[in-house]
Design a binder for this molecule. Structure first.
Ligand code: IPM
Ligand code: MG
Length: 353
């Protein structure tokens, strides 16, 4: 198969980790007889520097013309510390999500036996935890009307959801649950928010279409507690944009390192695959960042964009083997053991594939 991939490294550690994901993709292509063709596109602070726009039209065109987008991260501290900045790297990520219609963000949380001790939670609690967060990605407060009034002294962000936006993400989540352990938890704040009450109403109306799925409802504050109190309770979680953002960072500590969590964003146009960890500017250029989340995102790309399950599995097996063999970056290295560099881990995984 010929794979047309938009390579979007972005900022911070993005280029370093995407570089390792590309090595893994190339290794899989050699093994299974595919060919990958990459087109580089700029999104984030690097695009502001070059084009004055965090998601230039040129980059959008490349993404639209590709079969999949392999994404790194966006962000730069010089914008984080300046709340008055008119243009921000994160706008590039929001724009690419919106313009590609990527309404569903799928974030699997799984554990690796040999890394259980890295979790800040008790081993017995996280051992065997395995669930997926389905986060709505193009609605809610992120995209609702926002602004200032009263000379800037009052600020507002509007949380808006339309029925069709809720229906399509719930449909995807119900179907996902059907393919897993048939347990769906709808997370909302229906005791306070009108948007959440619409979510719950829509979900309750859809339940009868999926009689095999056990559906339950949880308020987001309670869910944030249950996630660390009994992570094994969950199979598929579905929630709105902001809640999903927060809960998935929280969930990442279950597996021991944020450097392990991959994601797929899917919807109307080209799907996008990105690690959830962000640009980690303190580590940029040091060759120390964990590339496994980016490499696992490439596995999701094979599975979701190309339906190539064996190829995805080959990457997953190599990642598991690297963890087993202790060929890991400093965030995962056990005390006293050697920590490998980003490129060493990438090379090892590619070779193993
Ligand atoms: C994420 C990130 C983004 C988000 C930021 C960088 C805009 O935190 O993908 O979770 O809030 O969605
Ligand atoms: Mg986030």
């Amino acid at each position: 198969m010929k794979l047309k991939i938009a390579e979007v490294p972005g900022d911070g550690i993005g280029p370093e980790v995407v570089g390792q994901a590309v090595k893994a993709v190339d290794a899989v292509c050699r093994k299974f007889g595919h060919s990958a063709e990459y087109t580089m596109a700029y999104v984030g602070a690097c695009a502001i520097d070059r084009f004055g726009d965090p998601y230039p039209e040129e980059s959008h065109k490349i993404c639209m013309d590709s079969d999949a987008v392999l994404f790194g991260a966006v962000g730069d501290p010089k914008y984080d510390n300046d709340p008055t900045s008119k243009v921000r790297p994160e706008q590039g990520l929001l724009a690419i999500r919106k313009k590609l219609g990527l309404y569903a963000n799928i974030r699997p949380v799984e554990t690796f036996k040999s890394l259980l001790y890295k979790s800040p939670l008790k081993e017995g609690l996280v051992d065997g935890a395995d669930f997926v967060c389905v986060r709505e990605l193009t609605g809610g407060m992120y995209f609702g009307e926002k602004g200032r009034r009263d000379n800037g002294d009052t600020a507002f962000d509007t949380n808006v959801y339309h029925r069709f936006e809720i229906e399509r993400i719930l449909k995807l989540a119900f179907e996902y649950a059907m393919r897993r352990h048939r347990h769906l938890t709808v997370v909302d704040k229906a005791n306070v928010l009108e948007t959440s009450r619409l979510w719950r109403q829509v979900a309750q109306g859809m339940e009868h279409e999926y009689p095999d799925v056990q559906t339950d409802y949880m308020f987001v504050d309670n869910a944030s507690m249950q996630l660390i109190r009994c992570p094994k309770f969950f199979d598929v979680i579905v929630t709105e944009n902001t809640f999903g953002d927060i809960l998935t960072d929280e969930a990442s500590c279950i597996s021991g390192s944020m450097g392990l969590l991959a994601s797929a964003s899917i919807g109307e146009h080209t799907s996008l695959f990105e690690p959830i960890h962000g640009s980690y500017p303190q580590a940029a250029g040091k060759n120390i960042a964990n590339p496994l989340a980016a490499i696992l995102s490439a596995a999701m790309m094979f599975e979701y964009s190309f339906g190539l399950m064996e190829e995805g599995k080959a990457i997953r097996k190599a990642v598991a083997a690297s963890i087993e063999a202790g060929i890991v970056t400093e965030d995962l290295a056990s005390e006293g053991a050697k920590a490998y560099s980003t490129t060493e881990v990438g090379d090892w995984v590619a070779k193993h594939i």
